[in-house]
Design a protein. Structure first.
Length: 553
């Protein structure tokens, strides 16, 4: 009865504690599961939106460029048609009976874009006319297009009403002959031109049209507006290239035409750009909801199981606590036997000492003779290490011994570099610096002062090691050019600031706290004494590069 009561009491006592833990775990797991999904979804959504917009803008840019090219090509070809017609047929044939009609039908067979055609003399009078209007009696000398045509030789007008009171624009070319000049003037069919402009947008979901520099429609835009109506753009200042504008839900790409003061415009609705994104958003939302339906039950079931396991462990811990209390009682009773245990410990210590003594006597009597080959190999290894240490000490003494004076001795530059690198191998090893040597001529020999050249190379290599970070590279190169030896030491450090490249050779100038600022100064002095030069530069992508040039003799 008592045990059952205790079990129920512990369970009811644990429940609030583990229920709070259950709440914390559930919230943490759900946050850890959904927060990355939300962040990832947001990043993907923003990135996709920017990518779609950039792609649409670039497509609009290409579309308006193609649209401008097509319109310029159309106007240029129509003007060329009129020039060829005027030059090849001539004023007399065009003004003879039926001459202009035949020329007009020839143009229409090539491309039915002209609504009429007229020959106008230097006084502005019609000398011949083909078209649906009665314009033979009209004089154009004072019209806005007549004088510019005379001055420039060609004129393409804006869309206007004129005598016929319908929107149209003209292409007029001037032709000079023995009798003076005359003008061949053609009216472009407005409906044909509007269909041509609108069709130049192709299959892309965009609308293409033209406006002049004052913002007046030259062709009819599809959403709203008519030719000769003022557009919402107003006066458009001149600009180069292609301009992109956003106004509300519309994105516009604009470009000036080459032959006329018109602006080609291709526009697109923002909703068309992001239509695919809306579908992707619904797919992502559906996927998120489906994932939530899977994640939430999994988290709830797992957490419930975890809480039940914790409650079971807590009951076991209560039982173990009771057992520990009982063990503590037994331990207090064991203190009574401490004196006896100490006596036993002393006896064991005496027995152990006696056993150790017997083992030593046995070793002295039973030790076998050593293997001669093993002893000889060990002695050889000791002798080799002694010789290597002797050589290192000798090289160190040579480096520290004062120089007897400058002499000229033939020496192999690669052997000298190898000796210096061997002395510095421990520092190179601990800093994990790799040395790359580039020596096309392995037998490069120079007649110079070995002590002075050794000191120069030692300074340069030491500086390179100090400047190179752990795990870096040092490149040492040597080559013969035009009777001179060129040595280069390049580190992989941070380089030398440009304003300090010449200062580094000044006495007492140093960038290291432990440096004296004399190494490079002395090195340059030695190199110049040997008839050479020492220079420094920054190697792109690496660090500082020091170059020594010495004469071979």
């Amino acid at each position: 009865m008592s045990a059952n009561h205790t079990s129920r009491g512990s369970r009811s006592g644990d429940y609030p504690y583990f229920r709070n833990l259950w709440n914390l775990v559930v919230v943490s797991l759900l946050t850890a599961a959904f927060l990355p999904l939300l962040l990832l979804g947001g990043v993907i959504y923003v990135t996709t939106t920017d990518a779609l917009k950039a792609n649409a803008v670039e497509t609009l840019r290409l579309q308006v460029q193609d649209h401008r090219t097509v319109i310029d090509q159309f106007l240029s070809e129509r003007a060329s048609d009129l020039r060829l017609l005027a030059a090849n047929i001539g004023f007399a044939d065009l003004t003879n009976a039926g001459g202009l009609g035949r020329a007009y039908r020839s143009l229409q067979q090539e491309l039915a874009c002209f609504s009429d055609l007229g020959v106008i003399d230097s006084e502005g009078n019609h000398r011949a006319y083909v078209g649906p209007y009665d314009l033979m009696a009209r004089n154009y000398r004072d019209h806005f297009w007549f004088q510019p045509t005379v001055e420039k030789g060609i004129f393409i007008s804006d869309v206007y009403l004129g005598y016929r009171q319908v929107p149209h624009f003209i292409i007029a070319v001037k032709q000079q002959d023995t009798h003076g000049f005359w003008i061949l003037r053609a009216t472009v069919d407005a409906d044909f031109f509007e269909r041509f402009v609108a069709g130049s947008a192709g299959d892309f979901k965009a609308e293409a049209y033209l406006i002049n520099h004052q913002g007046v429609y030259q062709t009819r835009p599809r959403p709203a507006g008519t030719p000769m109506e003022t557009s919402p753009f107003g006066t458009i200042p001149a600009f180069d290239g292609i301009r992109i504008e956003e106004r509300g839900e519309r994105i516009f790409a604009m470009a000036w035409q080459k032959y006329v003061p018109w602006v080609s415009i291709v526009e697109m609705n923002r909703a068309q750009i992001f239509a695919d994104l809306d579908r992707a958003r619904w797919i992502c939302l559906s996927t998120f909801i489906l994932g939530a339906l899977l994640i939430i039950p999994t988290v709830m079931l797992t957490t419930n199981k975890l809480v039940r396991m914790l409650e079971s462990k807590r009951r076991s811990m209560r039982f173990l606590d009771q057992q520990l209390q009982h063990a503590s009682k037994l331990a207090s009773s064991a203190r009574l036997a401490q004196g006896a245990l100490e006596d036993i410990t002393d006896s064991l210590a005496n027995i152990h000492s006696a056993a150790q003594w017997l083992r030593e006597i046995w070793k002295q009597r039973a030790q076998a003779e050593p293997d001669p080959e093993e002893v000889r190999g060990t002695l050889d290894q000791i002798e080799a290490e002694v010789h290597r240490s002797e050589g290192a000490v000798k090289r160190g003494l040579d480096l520290g011994r004062p120089s007897a004076g400058p002499v000229c001795i033939d020496l192999n530059i690669h052997e000298l570099i190898g000796e210096l690198l061997d002395l510095m191998r421990r520092e190179l090893h601990f800093k994990r610096i790799r040395v790359q040597r580039d020596s096309p001529d392995p037998a490069a020999t120079v007649c110079s002062d070995p002590d002075g050249l050794r000191q120069v190379l030692q300074n340069l290599i030491s500086n390179a090691v100090a400047a190179t970070p752990d795990g870096g590279d040092i490149a040492i190169g040597s080559r013969m050019e035009r009777g001179r030896l060129i040595l280069t030491v390049i580190d992989s450090g941070t380089g030398i600031p440009a304003e300090e490249l010449e200062k580094i050779f000044e006495p007492l100038y140093t960038t290291r706290p432990e440096g004296l600022g004399l190494g490079l100064t002395i090195s340059r002095t030695i190199v110049e004494r040997l008839g050479g030069t020492l220079s420094a530069r920054n190697e792109p992508g690496r660090g500082a590069a020091f170059t020594v040039e010495l004469p071979l003799k």
